[in-house]
Design a protein around this ligand. Structure first.
Ligand code: NDP
Length: 258
């Protein structure tokens, strides 16, 4: 499963799932670009990786901004080498706003980071992958791609769109040796999850209950998603493209309430 020496960009790598992916890949010898909007978080993760003997650079990136993405990918190529891998992980939540009451700005904000961001990053990274004869992209979607969640229509649409985008990107780039797959995580303990939890009427009760919803009796950790991303990026997945891997502790196999 070696990614030793491969350059991998992890967007939103300064927190939560992205951080877990960046650290696991770097621990396995990949050169990791922590492409993150928030400097203090990105610097902290890259510094931590280097302290542990890994190779990482913080690359200031706003995935929703075309110029920022172009500049970031060029900077990765210069500082670490041309990217072989891209993990489109950066994402923001959007909860508790029914579509009928949502402003266009609220809709656009979530779609621009979660979906447009993945498009912009893939478009900027693919020429580098083609030039080296192949590469791998992993898009972090969500179980929200498959289920509705009242108050999160923009988030759900962004994640459903990510799965559709994954299929077409795989189709277009397979002949160039570039594989594209998606992961649908379930509940993962991260700052984003804590943000949602804090909005609930009974956060402690919900926190306890969510563990029980999983056949494996716990919520996920960033490393659970990182292991799946590492697999999909690696040569062990060399004949896997255009697919979506649900990594959710069994959450979505349950017929709700039974
Ligand atoms: P976090 O909020 O912990 O991490 C997301 C990171 O992305 C943050 O560092 C955030 O910075 C950064 N980010 C936000 N906007 C941008 C941007 N425009 N450009 C670059 N970076 C940006 O979230 P998670 O780790 O929980 O989520 C990671 C991904 O996993 C998301 O796509 C999310 O939708 C998905 N996911 C998460 C689940 C969960 O239960 N946690 C479940 C299913 C999917 P800042 O802190 O400044 O906002």
């Amino acid at each position: 499963m070696s990614l030793t020496g491969k350059v991998v960009i992890v967007t939103g790598g300064g927190s939560g799932i992205g951080r877990g992916i960046a650290e696991l890949l770097a621990g396995g010898g990949a050169k990791v670009a922590v492409a993150e909007i928030r400097e203090e978080h990105g610097v902290k993760v890259a510094d931590g990786i280097r302290r542990n003997g890994g190779v990482a650079e913080f690359i200031q990136t706003d995935v929703a901004n075309e110029d920022s993405v172009k500049a970031a990918v060029a900077r990765v190529a210069k500082m670490l080498g041309p990217p072989f891998g891209l993990v489109n992980n950066a994402g923001i939540g959007g909860w508790e706003i029914p579509a009928a009451e949502m402003t266009a700005g609220e809709w656009d904000r979530v779609l621009s980071v979660n979906l447009r961001g993945a498009f912009l990053c893939a478009r900027a990274a693919i020429p580098h992958m083609r030039a080296q004869g192949g590469g791998a992209i992993v898009n972090i979607a969500s179980v929200h791609a498959n289920f509705g969640f009242a108050g999160a229509s923009h988030y759900d649409a962004s994640k459903g769109g990510m799965v559709a985008f994954t299929r077409t990107l795989a189709l277009e780039n397979g002949p160039d040796g570039i594989r594209v797959n998606a992961i649908c995580p379930g509940y993962i303990d991260t700052p984003l999850w804590e943000e949602w939890l804090a909005m609930q009427a009974n956060p402690e009760g919900i926190e306890r209950a969510t563990s029980g919803w999983h056949p494996l009796r716990r919520r996920g950790l960033p490393v659970d998603i990182a292991k799946a991303a590492r697999f999909l990026l690696s040569a062990d997945a060399e004949w896997i493209t255009g697919t979506t891997l649900v990594v959710d502790g069994g959450l979505s196999v349950r017929y709700f309430g039974l």
